[in-house]
Write a protein that binds this ligand. Sequence first.
Ligand code: SF4
Length: 200
Amino acid sequence: MKHSAFNLNGQNQKIESRIVVALERISEAFRVLLWNESKENALSPIQIQILIFVYFHSSEKCKIGYLANEFNMTKATVSDSVKVLLSKNLATKEIDPTDTRSYSLTLTAEGKKIAEKASFFASSIEEPIEKLTQAQKETMLNGLLKLIYDLNKSGIITIQRMCFTCVNYQLENGIHYCKLLKSRLAESELRVDCPEHELI
Ligand code: SF4
């Protein structure tokens, strides 16, 4: 019989189950940290995530449809959050001149201020990672990239802008290469969110 990763009897016999439970603990840390940041700004966690995303991404990625895919939510849910950001004067609409029904979100000065500060919400997760050895960091990054890739392929998470799903990525004899940058990529240089990413 198949055991749940959360069943302690099976879990302690299987490293994969312990990794799943460890990831669940980490996701709990993200949830708590994001919640604390949201409370400070009287916003919801998704509103904070949208502010941070818009702050760091190009305008074609800041449309309702793209944001809904990015956060695995319906367009209606994202629209509701965006309405709050607009009403609080943290964001404005940038109408697409080729399609006046479509718009991108841009941040106001106040929105940028909150996004800049909130973007450090995960620092207490980054600090312990900095203490790992380079080899540990590379193994961790590689394992996580493969996990994200598989979750994306099985449709559990949608938009990804990682090397493994990019038209410019090549793997030959175990060597990673970016055709756009015309450069070999070390294990530690593989990207999770690349601004030049082009989906295969
Ligand atoms: S363009 Fe970016 S995502 Fe694509 S292979 Fe190069 S570094 Fe990776």
